[in-house]
Design a protein around this ligand. Structure first.
Ligand code: C5P
Length: 236
């Protein structure tokens, strides 16, 4: 992986990495510390950001019990990468991480530790957009037909899937825009862009196609899939 210096060389980007999930759907295994091809998921997820010269600071929100004694492979990345204690929800973890980033940033990216397959191309494209004043959300167009259903699963209607995308991370915004979205301590949700959209800031948010391989390692069956994708990339 090569470092990239696109955009104004003075651009300063911070990254907030929520990594404090309990891993319930992974049988209680913390996804951030799960090894994929011999490397922790969190390190895979950080790689493309650390290869970006515009990224000046990364704050990882770990579960409080892990934040008090982080693994050595994470401490070794200081001072560019710092650790804080996360909260009971993803939003609280993101809020804690943002609060620990430097004040003087042009853009802030939020990236889930559970997405280890993110590429430098997608990170760079998202950063470019945010530094131009847009929001940027990694994702991919919906390929299955979508059904809107009621609470019992009965179909209400079939929206035109061509206007639907799946949202992933990273999600990157001008720093002030993201800080404003998280300024309300009650703002909750699993999607950073949704919080920004609710503030009515007027910032336009663009989807960046990361493809379906930017998957979130959530369940045990995701592990062999993620490892196969990583192996395929290494062999290319
Ligand atoms: O489980 P979920 O899909 O919501 O997790 C998305 C990301 O948010 C994961 O990287 C997880 O570690 C993080 N998270 C967090 N704090 C929580 C819950 C989830 O940092 N309380």
């Amino acid at each position: 992986m090569t470092a990239r210096a696109a955009g104004p060389s003075s651009a300063r980007v911070g990254v907030a990495v929520p990594a404090a999930g309990s891993g319930l759907r992974m049988g209680g295994v913390r996804k951030a510390f799960l090894y994929l091809l011999g490397q922790p998921t969190l390190l895979h997820a950080l790689g493309p950001f650390l290869a970006e010269t515009r990224v000046v600071a990364v704050v990882v929100a770990l579960a409080p019990e892990d934040a008090s004694s982080p693994p050595s492979w994470l401490l070794d990345l200081a001072p560019r990468v710092l650790v804080v204690a996360g909260g009971a929800t993803r939003s609280q973890s993101v809020r804690s991480a943002i609060a620990a980033l430097p004040e003087d940033l042009d853009a802030i990216a939020v990236h889930d530790a559970a997405r280890p397959l993110i590429t430098l191309r997608v990170v760079a494209e998202c950063l470019d957009l945010a530094l131009e004043g847009f929001g940027a959300v990694a994702g991919c167009p919906a390929v299955d037909t979508l059904k809107r259903v009621d609470t019992q699963g009965f179909v209400l209607d079939t929206p035109d899937r061509s206007s639907f995308w799946h949202a992933q991370t990273p999600q990157v915004f001008p720093a002030g825009v993201l800080r404003a979205a998280y300024a309300d301590a009650r703002a909750e949700g699993t999607d950073d862009s949704a919080l920004v959209e609710r503030t009515g800031s007027g910032v336009r948010v663009r989807m960046v196609d990361a493809g379906p391989s930017n998957l979130k390692v959530t369940r045990p069956e995701d592990v062999p899939v993620a490892e196969a994708i990583l192996r395929g990339r290494a062999e290319r």
